[in-house]
Write a protein that binds this ligand. Sequence first.
Ligand code: ZN
Length: 272
Amino acid sequence: MPELPEVETTRRGIEPHILNRRISRVTVRDARLRWPVPPELPLQVQDQRILATHRRSKYLLIELERGMLIVHLGMSGSVRVLLDDPTPGKHDHIDVELDNGVRLRYNDPRRFGAWLYTEAPIDEHELIAHLGPEPLTDTFTADYLFKKSRKRTTRIKTFIMDARIVVGVGNIYANEALFLSGIYPHKPTGRITRKECEQLVSNIKQVLALAISQGGTTLRDFVGGDGKPGYFAQSLNVYGRTGLPCHRCETLVRELRTSNRGTFFCPQCQTR
Ligand code: ZN
């Protein structure tokens, strides 16, 4: 499933090919995504120049002259850059043709993604307005997390995966950041110390930044290639390693369930 690093990698991969180009045509072959692609979208964006690309949480934002294209990759979506026009496959639902002949092709086998367009301020959009801060910006600090965590009884792992608290901390990254911080994933949030918040914030930033840098490596052949999203390929410390020895202390990694998600931890290293 594309997480924040894959979306950021996609943004960085497509931006050089689409910046300052004008959209000449949008073709929607199947509008049945998570929300139907609005039938008016192709004509609304046609002839508009692409001014910038942004990312907010897992939304890829393509800034046009009069509004913003909002793209979400859902469970299985990917965008690739084509320099020609190969016959679209079964799951190639949307094409965006640009005035330089480049084409963005959206593939999404499970169709949980989204393509929307708005001319209202993006920060007020219903999908964006209630999101917490971006983890890789200076608005996500230990001070912020500590204040938010007071009097909370929820488990710390659930807390850091809550998009109203901070966006983009998917299951893999939550597990890894808690390991690096030495924190037991089911610790009640309100008992997290100031010092632990500092470590947690620092480690969340570190695992996401590393994943982005590796996603970039995986997606080096962004143009033309098969467009597969670059999954986090680093050697993980705990995620998916149930029963295997901890890289730090060789104690066997254990698994818990947290809100129906797999939680992996080292019982020796994560006792706080
Ligand atoms: Zn350990």
